[in-house]
Design a protein around this ligand. Structure first.
Ligand SMILES: *Cc1c(COP(=O)(O)O)cnc(C)c1O
Length: 368
């Protein structure tokens, strides 16, 4: 039997990509903001419905360099229910993460707990649109304004999501996307920052290229985080099919919902009001008391049948070995509880109806 992973990267037809990169053999322009880079940037401005964007070599550098470009200091309120990148970007920028708990319905930051974590040292809030779920953007905006804080969204999962008819990255001072191979939209490796303040754009543009202003002037201690032409070309191709792919993902999500929605002990991700989702992930919460089997039992049973679901996000980032003694997962009890019960099921373009049915049947066979 073939193995089924939690995701499978999208690829355009080979000929389409070959055609897209052909011109590079004439120009010999491989990177440093060439024509593919500029074209993808233009197309994403339109697709994401934002005013300003900068492309990066990956989502992590987009996030890390945004924090550095904003020249933030002190503490950043964030969530531990995320990929390592979010927390690492804060710490690698010389800032201190302060972990806020999540709400158990959509797994985003619990806004009722933010204010009690704000101190004189707080400079920003860094929530995650986890699984493509939209954070409580309006409440977060209110809190940020009241205390004069910056808001940077980790929107790595949220390409193509809209809220109240607007692109998800129009919320916050900045929103960072990942275009990694495993994400809904990929440029092989890649990322982008969308932002409000045009001055921040000037800094980001320099800081991703060693801080260089021009041949004889260097303004910032930057690094190399530019997107190259081959990745941009992949993005141009993949973007053509993205809407179609999101619709295909929706069909898979609906099939999962139908099979698992009314099962006692399994809770599905809430559908959110005013939101156009992108179906990036299909998380389920398994409550052992009602289901009769634990998350780990279901995970192993699927694995036995060569189906590799993932425990996103277990462990919490505040439980990582590299932070031992500094941060504590029991300070965010809801996130801890969710991390022990969550399982994200395979969802990607090309996953067949038969396979989704098979996955659901294996899960249901674990019920006692
Ligand atoms: C994937 C991901 C990132 C990092 O993106 P890369 O493109 O892999 O560097 C950051 N945050 C979250 C939540 C992610 O899932």
């Amino acid at each position: 039997m073939n193995e089924i992973y939690v995701t499978r990267p999208s690829l355009p037809p080979f000929e389409e990509y070959a055609e897209e990169i052909k011109g590079i053999w004439e120009t010999h322009r491989l990177t440093n903001m060439g024509s593919k880079h500029l074209e993808l940037q233009e197309r994403l401005l339109d697709y994401l419905d934002v005013k300003a964007i900068e492309l990066f070599t990956n989502g992590h550098m987009a996030l890390e360099l945004t924090l550095q470009a904003m020249n933030l200091k002190g503490e950043v309120i964030t969530t531990p229910f995320t990929f390592a990148s979010t927390t690492h970007a804060i710490i690698r920028s010389g800032l201190k993460p302060v972990f806020c708990d999540i709400n158990p319905l959509d797994f985003t930051m619990d806004v009722s707990k933010i204010e009690s974590l704000i101190t004189d040292a707080t400079s920003a809030i860094l929530p995650v649109h986890v699984y493509g779920n939209v954070c409580a953007v309006e409440e977060i905006e209110c809190i940020a304004q009241k205390y004069g804080l910056k808001v940077i969204y980790d929107a790595a999962h949220a390409v193509g999501v809209t809220y109240k008819g607007k692109g998800i990255a129009s919320y916050g001072d900045a929103a960072c996307f990942s275009f990694h191979a495993t994400k809904v939209f990929n440029t092989i490796e890649g990322g982008a920052v969308c932002f409000r303040d045009t001055e921040l754009g000037d800094v980001l543009r320099k800081i991703k290229n060693f801080g260089i202003r021009d041949a004889e002037h260097v303004d910032y201690v930057g690094c190399n985080a530019k997107m190259n032409e081959f990745c941009a070309a992949m993005g141009i191709c993949n973007l053509r099919r993205l809407e179609e792919e999101i619709r295909e993902r929706e069909v898979i999500a609906k099939q999962y919902r139908k099979a698992l929605d009314s099962i006692s002990g399994i809770r599905l991700n809430d559908t959110q009001e005013f939101t156009r989702p992108n179906y990036a992930y299909f998380p389920i919460v398994i409550e052992e008391e009602k289901f009769g089997a634990s998350r780990d039992e279901v995970f192993l049973k699927l694995k036995e049948k060569h189906i590799f679901a993932r425990k996103y996000f277990y462990p919490l980032t505040n439980a990582f070995e590299c932070f031992q003694g500094q941060y504590f997962a029991d300070h965010t009890p809801v996130a801890l509880r969710m991390s022990q019960r969550i399982l994200t099921l395979p969802i990607y373009v090309g996953l067949s109806e038969t396979n989704v049915e098979k996955i659901c049947n294996i899960i249901l066979s674990c019920k006692k």
